[in-house]
Design a protein around this ligand. Structure first.
Ligand code: ZN
Ligand code: ZN
Length: 330
């Protein structure tokens, strides 16, 4: 089940990221930010299939396209989960209320909006059947680590960074796959059976086969091979100072795809610092130091025109060769 990563929006537009982990019952669709027009090229049915919407922060260029998401999901039977830094629930509540609701009685539509804090996640539930008027507090969940969401298909980590307001960076990791080494199985003269589920579940006990007694704990080391799941990181709108660089270098180590803003060219480094953004060279240094698989640059400032893009990319490539723009930008 590969991880599909699509940057939405063009080089001079608002951008977003759609991540799809497809395959059978564990398919997941995650949208990161929702700037103006980013959903234009996404089929209505695919927007309705988005399981979670994650905001880095709620500046206009990251939330202006929210109505497009809201339009097709307001009355969705399945709960809509929205995530973002502190105040996301309060700000989203205004958006949900900013419509004339008078024919809503009995309609489905439950929206859980989660505020990510350093040490906990709080938030609120809003219901279309109540015209989204009432705010129902969600239980506070203490954060033991960076993971804010984990299910059988994937996990999502959140890191709060400084954009003169908290801005969340996210890392999605597919759940590692555990496979049986069939060659080794044959060498041991064993045949698969219900015991394999017990083995994968980490159970203790023994297996009687071939006139011998095998201990599951021993077989686990002999037969199970773990393949790490694919991973993608979404980084945008924050100051990449030395501290953030060091923190993210360890977080991103070995991540397959890093989608990172490149708001400024190298010669505008002072502007990047002043506005709590990054240059393409800073993004490339981070990718190099974390030894990531590839770096995809997006969210370029409107101050540059199309002629600036090759230079912006070349500056990054001089630092980290495995860098590219989204395919539809070139
Ligand atoms: Zn932005
Ligand atoms: Zn911003």
């Amino acid at each position: 089940m590969p991880l599909h990563v699509s940057v939405l929006g063009g080089p001079r537009d608002d951008n977003a990221l759609l991540v799809r982990a497809l395959g059978g019952q564990s398919a997941r669709r995650l949208l990161f930010d929702c700037g103006e027009g980013v959903l234009r090229g996404v089929a209505r049915a695919d927007v309705q299939d988005i399981d979670h919407l994650f905001f880095s922060h709620l500046h206009m260029d990251h939330v202006a396209g929210f109505d497009g998401f809201f339009r097709v999901n307001a009355a969705r039977p399945r709960t809509v989960d929205v995530w973002g830094p502190a105040q996301t629930a309060t700000l989203l509540h205004h958006r949900l209320r900013g419509v004339m609701w008078n024919l809503h009685a009995g309609l489905p539509g439950t929206w859980d909006v989660h505020d990510i804090h350093e040490d906990h996640v709080s938030g609120a539930r809003f219901r279309l059947a109540e015209a989204f008027a009432a705010r129902h507090e969600l239980p506070r969940v203490e954060r033991e680590d960076a993971v804010i969401l984990r299910d059988d298909a994937l996990s999502v980590e959140a890191y709060l960074l400084d954009h003169r307001t908290p801005s969340a960076a996210y890392v999605v990791r597919k759940t590692p796959r555990v496979n049986l080494d069939t060659d080794r199985l044959r060498e041991l003269g064993l045949t698969p059976g219900p015991w394999v589920s017990r083995l994968k579940a980490g159970e203790e006990g023994t297996l009687e086969a071939q006139g011998r007694t095998f201990h599951l704990a021993d077989l686990r080391g002999e037969l199970l091979r773990t393949t790490p799941g694919e991973s993608v990181a979404y980084l945008t709108d924050f100051l990449l100072d030395e501290e953030a660089h060091a923190r993210l270098t360890s977080v991103l180590r070995g991540v397959d795809t890093v989608v990172c803003e490149s708001q400024y060219r190298a010669h505008d480094h002072a502007l990047a610092i002043a506005n709590h953004h990054m240059t393409s060279v800073q993004a490339a240094r981070l990718a190099r130091d974390a030894d990531v698989g590839r770096l995809v640059l997006f969210h370029v400032s409107e101050r540059y025109d199309a002629a600036d893009l090759p230079g912006l990319l070349a500056e990054a490539r001089a630092v980290f060769p495995r860098v590219e723009f989204p395919p539809h930008w070139t």
